[in-house]
Design a binder for this molecule. Sequence first.
Ligand code: CO
Length: 212
Amino acid sequence: MDFNKIFQHNEAWIARRLSVDKEYFNHLSEGQNPQVLYIGCSDSRVTTEELLGAEPGEVFVHRNIANMVISIDLNVMSVITYAVEHLQVNQIIVCGHYDCGGVKSAMEAKDLGLLNPWLRNIRDVYRIHGDELNTIEDSHKRYNRLVELNVQEQCINLIKVAVVQKAYKERGLKVHGWVFDVHTGRIIDLKINFVKILREIMEIYDLGDNFN
Ligand code: CO
């Protein structure tokens, strides 16, 4: 990557924006009011704004290896809290992708050092869904299914968060689970039944009479 080109591109982008709207940066600097929180993989192929067709200011973004929502990860929890409590987003998207290196690594019997505790969370998803996954003989299909199940589990992890439960109760916040297919460019909505999951896990995870 030519770093000089980045700055040339930046100047060209500024000129292009201003040619359409002279006040563009004045408006941009007034503050943000995104409606959506997007949690995706750090994979360089899964670019949030391009994927969503979103403009600057429209999406609050968090990306990490394999789009994980881990309750003791201060980073993702801070992003969720800020987006839900302060920015008042009403939609959260968890977007995984096929051929995810993080998910693939978690399927291999290998010591990956510092990455072990992170990937352990994906191995836990495999364990929870082992019965289903082990019936899939084709290893690539099994891998893709784990990508989908991982998205589903991260949506469930989101539902376990107190501020998300509160926002659901107070203003009907929704959680969406998607997978980006790197082979076709298509976004697949896993149509995760948010309300059904809430009801199934409320006995254990309700943090304040949120699901009634
Ligand atoms: Co990935």
